[in-house]
Design a binder for this molecule. Structure first.
Ligand code: 4NP
Length: 171
């Protein structure tokens, strides 16, 4: 917990904050998180101060647009998801200030990739920012779920990303 607070504190007032969201496939949860967070930043007229991206720990869908179901559910909330799937790599620890896994498996994979304590300190799970419910300590993978799974992902991400934005900016 102390490490997370320190990571967020270091980002306060930084000219450009670079955020990477990570899930398994990079076609459902993390591109949705990227779209949700981008929208929050734009609504706050703050886009110039952010670099926002997403990536997957797996390599099944490299180059693909997000899953159609995710795109449809996001579009209903005014979000266009246009990210192209890519796999996370060690260089992401050099590029990004904060790396945000969707679940414990993504987090464990990122920790295996990290080389230094500084790399490890950049990994902060999205659940750390979700306070609309205590039912979930991760963002559930919607890939094999129905429509309600995708809606749940978006609800949790809109709540978590709003809190992430406020905690980094102090706004
Ligand atoms: P995501 O969902 O990690 O939220 O993008 C998944 C997408 C695809 C697969 C697994 C999870 N897959 O096994 O292909």
């Amino acid at each position: 917990m102390k490490k997370v607070i320190e990571t967020l504190r270091l980002l306060h007032g930084k000219e450009k904050v670079k955020v990477l969201f990570v899930c398994l496939g990079n076609i459902c949860r993390s591109p949705a998180a990227e779209g949700v967070f981008r929208n929050i930043v734009e609504e706050n007229n703050d886009a110039d101060n952010w670099e926002i991206d997403s990536a997957g720990t797996g390599r099944y869908h490299i180059g693909d647009l997000p899953d159609n179901r995710m795109r449809i559910h996001a579009r209903r909330r005014g979000l266009e998801l246009t990210h192209r799937c890519r796999q996370v790599c060690y260089d992401d620890f050099k590029t990004f200030d904060i790396i945000i896994p969707m679940d414990a498996s993504n987090e464990a994979n990122l920790r295996r990739l990290a080389l230094t304590d500084g790399d490890e300190a950049k990994i902060v799970p999205i659940a750390r920012f979700v306070d609309m419910t205590f039912r979930y300590d991760h963002i559930p993978d919607p890939y094999y779920e129905g429509a309600e799974g995708f809606e749940l992902v978006l609800d949790l991400l809109q709540n978590g990303c709003a809190n992430l934005y406020h905690q980094i900016t102090n706004k």
